[in-house]
Design a protein around this ligand. Sequence first.
Ligand SMILES: *Cc1c(COP(=O)(O)O)cnc(C)c1O
Length: 410
Amino acid sequence: MGWPSLLALKCFWEGKLLITPVMPTYARVDVAFERGEGVYLFDTNGKRYLDFGSGIAVNALGHCHPHLVQALQAQAATLWHTSNMYNVPGQQKLAERLVANTFADSVFFANSGAEAVECGLKMIRKYHADDGHPERYRVIACNNAFHGRTMATIAAGGQEKHLAGFAPATDGFDHVAFGNLNEMRAAITPETAAILVEPIQGEGGVRPASKEYLKGLRDIADEFGLLLFYDEVQCGMGRTGKLFAYQWGDAAPDIMAVAKGLGGGFPVGACLATENVAKALTAGSHGSTFGGNPLAMAAANAVMDVMEDPDFMEGVDAIADLLWRRLRALTKDHPKVIDEVRGAGLMIGLKCVVENTVLRAKLHEQGLLTVGAADNILRLLPPLIIDEANVGEALAMIDAACVAIEKEQS
Ligand SMILES: *Cc1c(COP(=O)(O)O)cnc(C)c1O
């Protein structure tokens, strides 16, 4: 502990609190938005922004998509909540659709990404316990991973910056280098239960796993009787031009966590699994008061209505292709600001040469919203509904921001 600041002394003297009523857990940009319309947000001063952050990959269909608004308004006027003591028809409908479109046979509904991951972690332990191997409880995850902020998911993520001060960390997680199959194999012990991986690491710096890596993980899991658990909370729900990122290859998991884009802005998470694994969670073994409530299901089913149209994903693919080509060309013009474009589809990381916060602030001034990530990455996570004109607008702002930064450098 150092000396109290002058501000702290002044507050103490005046009998005031230093802390804000909203707990100060975020380093917030000092702006508040009042209204959203498609790919645009309007702040309280009326300034318009092109939203290439989508609330961190959440507003997959932009803001106030008419179909989502209609679905949620209709549900809000009908029924909000009943509890999982009863059947919730919206859950049945959404689960059937997720099952029809993935490897999974069954779905548990939660309210967030961390809860979806948590459900998968519990399923892993229960599966092996039911199998007569309660000693198999350890999960191997990857360096630079992010799986949420609960006690178990910060342990799964393994990031010192998220664990600091919260010791003892939840036991049961080992970490190896992302992309390294030899390290993964070497880390397996008789206590290993599963492998947990993001098919594209998001917070860790927009690092896509290769198809070969995921296939290798599938083979290792099969060889050692481990479960393969994908965290597609960020890279799923159409972000890469397929409903789920793993669908670009042929290595399906046993368990998958989904959230962010699933509700298009309404909080909802889901944990998908094959029958053989999902059956471990019998009645009473897991639950959630709010999970899969009628409002959340109305929003997520409306998102699925839009995304199930094959033309929609083709559109995402095509616009992503254009954005990548334009960004690669722009990067060549500004090598002192941006070094590399990485990621997949509309989950894009710009590896910055300058501090990513500097580029992000300049883009904010221009009217383009972006998100930072580890490894000095600036993330572009536009709504999946962007068109050619939006790509043009974004590129003009990125170009102008780069020029402004270069001017300051010289
Ligand atoms: C955002 C995220 C989470 C956590 O989701 P919350 O809804 O914030 O709990 C988990 N995993 C990944 C890959 C994420 O990007």
